[in-house]
Design a protein around this ligand. Structure first.
Ligand SMILES: Nc1ncnc2c1ncn2[C@@H]1O[C@H](COP(=O)(O)OP(=O)(O)OP(=O)(O)O)[C@@H](O)[C@H]1O
Length: 192
């Protein structure tokens, strides 16, 4: 897919979050969205997902394309296990879905963590469940809002390898405050 953002502007009252933003984004690329706190990264994601409306400008290329997201908050079902959280988003929900959910989770989490309620997991473990969930949903575009929050350096590198493997050929936009993530993701920097 090709996503074109044309002259996009968004304000909240007197606060101009971004003005006349222009971007041309392509499948198969990872884009790293950087900008100071409050520069509008989450707002941009929300507009792409249709959760917020821009004041002016347009976007081309979204029609018929499926999106998946890691939000800034994990938005997991806390009383369910990681396996249940993933199984419920795998289309078809057959007995194979459960096995598949477990296999995916095991790439990023220890086995003992998979069958207890998400509410009992550490912050970094919950983050990894949210990432696995977003990557388990069939989609064309993946948006990740600061996905590496709460992850130590080694875990982050493992997660980045997993993201790269699972998003091949898709349009990926990841917001981050760490400049090193751009190189680790072989990403293209977008400064907001
Ligand atoms: N619904 C809203 N009403 C009023 N102001 C809002 C609303 N949503 C966001 N803002 C403001 O818009 C600005 C951009 O917020 P946003 O969350 O998009 O920034 P961000 O770049 O994602 O920040 P961070 O790096 O801290 O996550 C902020 O000043 C925020 O307070």
């Amino acid at each position: 897919m090709e996503l074109k953002v044309n002259q996009l502007s968004k304000s909240f009252g007197t606060l101009n979050v971004f003005t006349q933003l222009n971007l041309s984004l392509h499948s198969g690329q990872v884009y790293c969205l950087m900008g100071s706190s409050g520069s509008g990264k989450t707002t941009f994601f929300r507009i792409l997902l249709g959760l917020e409306e821009a004041d002016s400008g347009s976007m081309e290329g979204l029609k018929g394309q499926r999106a998946s997201a890691v939000f800034q908050e994990n938005r997991l079902c806390e009383s369910f296990t990681p396996v249940d959280n993933i199984t419920m988003v795998i289309p078809g929900r057959s007995s194979r879905s459960r096995k598949q959910a477990k296999e995916e989770l095991l790439r990023l989490l220890p086995e003992e963590a998979l069958s207890r309620p998400v509410s009992t997991l550490s912050g970094g473990m919950k983050r990894r469940v949210a990432i696995v969930r977003a990557l388990s949903i069939p989609c064309d575009m993946i948006l990740m809002d600061e996905p590496f929050t709460g992850l130590d350096e080694n875990t982050k590198r493992t997660v980045i390898q997993y993201i790269k493997k699972k998003t091949r050929g898709k349009l990926v936009i990841i917001s981050t405050h760490q400049e090193e993530d751009v190189a680790l993701l072989n990403g293209t920097l977008i400064n907001l």
